[in-house]
Each structure stands twice: as C-alpha cells, then as structure tokens.
Design a protein around this ligand. Structure first.
Ligand code: SF4
Length: 97
C-alpha cells in the first residue's frame, strides 16, 4: 500500500531483482518500465501510493506469479507484516480518490 510499484524492479536500483524481472513477459516488463520511468515520488513525508500491480477490487496482486523476491519473502500476517500495518496505519490510504 505504500510502495508505488513492485520493489527492486527498477533496473537502475542497486538491489535490482533481475531473476523476476527477466521472468516477465516482454509486454508486462515494458509496461512496468514505462511506469517506473514516469513515476514521481510524493513530496515530503507522504508515502508512495499502492503498488502499481495492486488490484483494488480483488485486493490481490495483478501479476502474482511475477512478483519480486521481497514480496515472496514477506509472509502475510506475519509479525513483520502486522508491525508495518500498525506503524503506518494512519498514513496508508484505503482506496484511491
Ligand atoms: S505482491 Fe504484487 S501488488 Fe503486492 S507489493 Fe508485491 S508486486 Fe506489488
């Protein structure tokens, strides 16, 4: 809810996730790259918005099979997950305007 787009999927990122980047179909990779290249971070202390691949209707990842490593490692409802939710509870948007 606060990443903007799939983490470590920017080829310019030092921690670039090449394995899952290369696994994507070309059209999906091109679409994501265009989004990343035009992405503008929110000003000041505002969090990035929901991940570009997050589907607000189903509340699921639109491209789950191509999600990056960090998403695979982050266990839903784990202590880390709950800690993040609690820490950002007042700043995470529930739905775009
Ligand atoms: S699981 Fe999918 S929607 Fe969620 S942060 Fe990762 S790439 Fe984005």
């Amino acid at each position: 809810m606060h990443m903007g787009y799939p983490a470590f999927m920017d080829p310019a990122d030092q921690s670039f996730d090449a394995i899952y980047w290369n696994a994507m179909p070309d059209d999906l990779r091109d679409d994501l790259l265009a989004f990343i290249e035009s992405y503008k971070k929110p000003a000041g202390e505002d969090l990035d918005g929901a991940c570009y691949w997050f589907d607000w209707e189903t509340r699921r990842c639109k491209h789950h099979q191509y999600r990056p490593r960090v998403c695979r490692d982050f266990e839903i409802d784990s202590k880390g997950c709950q800690d993040w939710r609690q820490h950002y509870a007042d700043r995470i948007i529930s739905h775009p305007a």
